[in-house]
Design a binder for this molecule. Sequence first.
Ligand code: GLN
Length: 537
Amino acid sequence: MIIIIYFFLKYMPRYIVIVGSIMSGLGKGVVTASISKLISSLGYKVLPIKFDGYLNVDCGTMNPFRHGEVFVLEDGTECDMDFGTYERYLNISLKGDCSITGGKIFQKVITKERKGEYLGNDVQFVPHVTREIQEWIKNLAESEKADVVVIEVGGTVGDIENGYFLEAMRQLSLKEKTVFVQLTFVPEINGEQKTKPTQHANRLINSLGINPSIILCRSSKPLERDARQKISLFCNVDDEDIFDDYDLQTIYELPIVLQKQSFIERIAQKLDLRKTDANLDNWKKLVERIKNPVKTVNIAMVGKYTKIKDAYVSIFEAFNHVLAHTGIKTNLKMIESTDIEEGKIDVNTLKNFEGILVPGGFGKRGIEGKIKAIQFARENKIPYLGLCLGLQLMVVEYARNVCNLEDANSTEFDKDTKHPVICLLPEQRDIIYKGGTMRLGNYECLIKKDTIAYSAYQSEKIVERHRHRYEVNPEYVKLLEEKGLVISGTSFNNKIVEIVEWKNQFGIATQAHPELSSKLEKPNPLFMIFVKEAAKK
Ligand code: GLN
């Protein structure tokens, strides 16, 4: 009896480890998020974790061209954009410890070594580094009281960067209930689906001592019977454990597609999960609305990382979330701000849009083009939404063209400007280190009544995520207000300008990044109000 009670009460989280094979870009983040969603919809507490093999401690110092958007968590951790996908699916906020990087692991091991915690030993990948990884994951699972931990291994099997992490997962699977999922690609040549790459990749995984018991096949259409049988035979996986992950109209459909293939029943059996009744009713409704929009608005996003969609992924998704709740689809056209600056694009073409958005950004390139776009929005009464840098430039534009402060600028772009309407936050002035030193993560903001911000949030106190070093210079606030700029949101201590608006026309900008907190089941209020306003035009 005591033994039975012990096993009943003993905390035993289950682990799912997702590994990518053959090539990158198969949507491992979406698969991880979809599997997590399915399990959480059963009523289990799911903890998604991602390992990234690079030696950077976090993503904060990476260029969006190289790595896509830097996603910021509530606690200020700057991490891989897959964390955005997990949060958007699971409708939760994650902790920075869920992001494990090569940089963090080695920093920990080397610090221990210097303290003498391994005295007498030579410190090695096995067992020291692999043990550190397992302890990290197990401690986190326990402190979060997770029922199921879903671990995405960044990169592809065979990469030098994730080899030691996979070894750690192999060791973990010897002690804990663990299922390995292989994500693979099934190409099609002359109409025939080819399984050889999957077979080879599976052997490579086996050579590491890991045997995936589920295979997810990324392909343009569902697997043919023949291809499924081959994968099953050569990869030692029951054909019922081979799942289709084909091209979908929206990524949010994948949990539904997996559920239809009895994914839940199969994984529940392997992990001894007793609940198998998933409730995806609300999710399905939202997905249907994304697939069948009732109205479309055209919005111009004037930015500078326009060549890569991944740099603005949270913004694209925030608009998708609005669509799921309103039926209004946003056609987001990316406009390179340097093209406006250099006259390659006539700013007047912006009149063809129902809304203009200036997203966040760093550095001088393209700044004047963005300012021109904001001026055009103000003078032509086109609804405007500014995010972070989009607020700073809305203030610069207003200072120059309404307050007549001719060369007003941010000191980020002109250190010697006569009118530094945007300047470094005081706490930023002596900072030399670049990693993790911006004003990062959640900060409270107080909102004034009778403003656009209040109509959006319906609250006098809100919280949003931040990532910036500069702020509106408090010395210019009085003049800006006298000339009609509305300061509708300020930080808790009333020092930092958080939200500004134009009077009598729709234009609002925030120092925060509201796109980061938007979820499919809970769209961000600023994006909602902006799209609804654009749709009125
Ligand atoms: N470059 C600006 C700053 O550091 C804006 C940052 C951003 O848009 N995320 O304050």
